[in-house]
Design a protein around this ligand. Structure first.
Ligand code: NAP
Length: 227
């Protein structure tokens, strides 16, 4: 619902309201992990600055470390073969995709990476991995053991999935609702798993420290500026 905060550790429903933000002093900055239309709306209506921490490069890059560890865990849990020697496709060469690609390659997987910018395609080659144009995804999916998606839009659609074999495991890391047509994947007999929030699951302490470290630096900078 509108403004309902998901709270695993509380029995009561916690709802964030615009009136709460209005009761803060005017210089109050609101820090959140990710955001949504509701939060953006009440923050802007209340005239408060909203900082989305997970959009920051530093947080996103640090977070990619527990994220890849969680992805490795899932790959091991849901396959009966080693990552070493397997054909892995990584979709997206952003902050998460790069760490995923590098780490799976280091474990001995044969990694190809789909990206759209020429700089990313060049970087993938430089890393000793196989680049491909992500618009040509349909031509690159027939031999994949594990497909790891980091692109937050519907990229594993019906035409792509219909070229995949049921042996492929899809691990979709993109923020909800993910980048996979999960209904169609199921119909095709392809196991596709949406895996949100891996840092908090596999390494809650580290995930908390990542946020705390950056946040305390941001607060110290604010103080230096004299706010
Ligand atoms: P990012 O740095 O922005 O990377 C996203 C990549 O996707 C970029 O390289 C971007 O390409 C590409 N992309 C976006 N839209 C595309 C499209 N329509 N077609 C082709 N490529 C497209 O983001 P990130 O920090 O790596 O995070 C990626 C996703 O993972 C986000 O949804 C994030 O919330 C999620 N995430 C999940 C977990 C988890 O535990 N499951 C952990 C961390 C992050 P360009 O650079 O060319 O724009």
């Amino acid at each position: 619902g509108e403004g309902v905060v998901s709270t695993v550790f509380s029995n009561e429903e916690v709802v964030l309201k615009q009136s709460y933000l209005e009761q803060t002093p005017e210089h109050c900055v609101i820090y959140s992990g990710i955001s949504n239309a509701y939060l953006e709306g009440i923050a802007s209506e209340a005239g408060r600055k909203l900082v989305k921490l997970f959009e920051r490069d530093d947080i996103a890059i640090f977070n990619s470390i527990p994220t890849v560890e969680g992805t490795i865990m899932m790959a091991i849990q849901h396959t009966d073969y080693t990552i070493h020697g397997s054909n892995v496709a990584v979709l997206g060469m952003g902050r998460t995709g790069m760490t995923i690609a590098r780490t799976f390659a280091a474990l001995g997987a044969k990694v190809k990476v789909g990206a759209r910018s020429s700089a990313h395609l060049a970087r993938i080659s430089e890393m000793g991995l196989s680049p491909f144009q992500i618009e040509e995804l349909t031509d690159h999916v027939n031999d994949i053991d594990i497909c790891i998606n980091t692109v937050p839009s519907l990229i594993l659609n019906q035409s792509v999935l219909s070229r995949m074999t049921p042996k492929t495991l899809i691990l979709d890391l993109a923020s909800r609702p993910g980048g996979t047509d999960f209904k169609y994947a199921e119909k095709q007999g392809i196991k596709a798993l949406l895996a949100p929030g891996l840092p908090g699951i596999v390494a809650p302490k580290t995930a908390g420290q990542i946020i705390a470290n950056v946040l305390s630096k941001l607060l110290a900078d604010l103080k230096k500026e004299g706010n």
